[in-house]
Design a protein around this ligand. Structure first.
Ligand SMILES: *Cc1c(COP(=O)(O)O)cnc(C)c1O
Length: 392
């Protein structure tokens, strides 16, 4: 590996003491190659929603492996799964499957441009939509022309959205947006309903497609697409990460308006039709429909947020806790009131030493296998870590 462990798991991007190699995962915990056990508050950067090695989901996966996985031909499970999502998700009239979130966002991009054969796409400055040539946050190896037709807007700012749409004019193909602002290293922002409605209205006025990138938040905030509660439905949504609770699957869903464009583009991948992850996704969908996983995540998230705030207060530290409680970003603030990364990294390293895996600049993820005792243990560890940071 030219740079060692790469991408979001790279050593360079991790605070000191972050374990690099994991050998076991079960429920809410991971065990590293040295035998250290952690409460995993990153959940595979969001791939895990219901707990590692969920018995029903992993049984569905291995049972399907016993029959067929990647084959010369699609599995009927793909039809069952598409029907399942179209029943579950209000705007979905169709679904297609791929492997990674970046596949899904790239398919959405092609679909938006193919819809009325236009070029310009609006993307929030600083939003992450994957690591393809058009989306990677690190431009090495890419050409400026590959980003030439993206126009930035400021998340939650309807005026900047209107200005960008005006600039795109007749060439507006679509608007890409994440359900809330979950950019790296800055406080997260929940969506302003007026901003969400403006995005919808602009797409309607321009006959462009509204693309909701639900890859990270999908099914963590709702048993629906993540703007459903705002009354705003996208034309196309992108899903991935936790869709099959740790098995490789992502999806694009869309409405009838976007169907012809989605049918016109050529997209494929050697493993996209693999059946075992689809069996896992069907089992995951069943758990989402029939359990209180979501309410459990919200209760745990509230408990963590309240516990951390009290612990930081005891040590006189100012803490920023933002985003949905089940996808928290926790950062220590400096004397100027801005997030203090060096301090936050010290805090996170001290937590790692105490068997709690946190992240200093990326939102974290709770999973439904966590218990109140796990959360209380994390708060106790944080109390000790805050004491160390406060002592300097
Ligand atoms: C992770 C992520 C992606 C990319 O997904 P991959 O599976 O890493 O390709 C796209 N959009 C958002 C919002 C993400 O969080």
């Amino acid at each position: 590996m030219p740079a060692g462990v790469y991408g979001h798991l790279s050593t360079a991007r991790s605070p000191e003491g972050t374990p690099q190699f994991i050998v076991e995962a079960d429920g809410a915990h991971i065990v590293d190659v040295d035998g250290n056990r952690y409460l995993d508050v990153m959940c595979g950067f969001g791939t895990n929603l219901l707990g590692y090695r969920h018995p029903d989901i992993d049984r569905a996966f291995t049972t399907q492996l016993g029959a067929a996985d990647a084959m010369t031909g699609a599995s009927p499970l793909s039809v069952e799964l598409a029907e399942g999502y179209c029943t579950q998700v209000a705007h979905a009239d169709w679904a297609l499957f791929c492997k990674n979130g970046g596949d899904a966002t790239s398919i959405a991009l092609l679909t938006a441009r193919a819809h009325r054969n236009r070029t310009k796409v609006l993307v929030a400055a600083g939003s992450y939509h994957g690591a393809s040539t058009w989306s990677t946050p690190v431009p090495a190896g890419t050409l400026p022309v590959e980003r030439g037709h993206f126009l930035p807007f400021a998340y939650n700012d309807p005026d900047s959205l209107r200005a960008a749409a005006a600039e795109a004019g007749d060439e507006l193909a679509g608007i890409f947006v994440t359900p809330f602002r979950h950019d790296l290293g800055v406080p997260q922002e929940l969506p302003d309903p007026d901003f969400a409605r403006t995005a919808r209205e602009l797409c309607d006025e321009h006959d462009a497609l509204l693309v909701l990138d639900d890859v990270r938040a999908g099914f963590r905030l709702a048993r629906e697409s993540s703007w459903h509660h705002l009354g705003v439905e996208p034309d196309v949504s992108c899903w991935g990460k936790s869709l099959a609770n740790g098995h490789g699957l992502s999806a694009v869903m869309g409405n009838d308006r976007a169907r012809a464009a989605a049918a016109s583009i050529f997209v494929t991948g050697s493993f996209w039709h693999a059946a075992a992850p689809m069996a896992a996704a069907l089992a995951t969908l069943e758990v989402l429909r029939t359990t209180d996983y979501l309410e459990h995540l919200e209760r745990l998230g509230d408990r963590l947020r309240t516990g951390l705030a009290a612990a930081a207060g005891r040590h006189g530290l100012a803490l920023s806790q933002t985003g949905p409680v089940q996808m928290p970003l926790v950062m220590l603030l400096g004397d100027d009131g801005a997030p203090d990364q060096p301090r936050t990294r010290r805090f996170v390293s001290a937590l790692m030493d105490r068997g709690v895996y946190f992240h200093p600049s990326h939102n974290m993820f709770l999973n439904a296998a966590m218990t109140e005792a796990d959360i209380d243990g994390a708060v106790t560890a944080a109390d000790e870590a805050f004491a160390l940071v406060a002592a300097g």
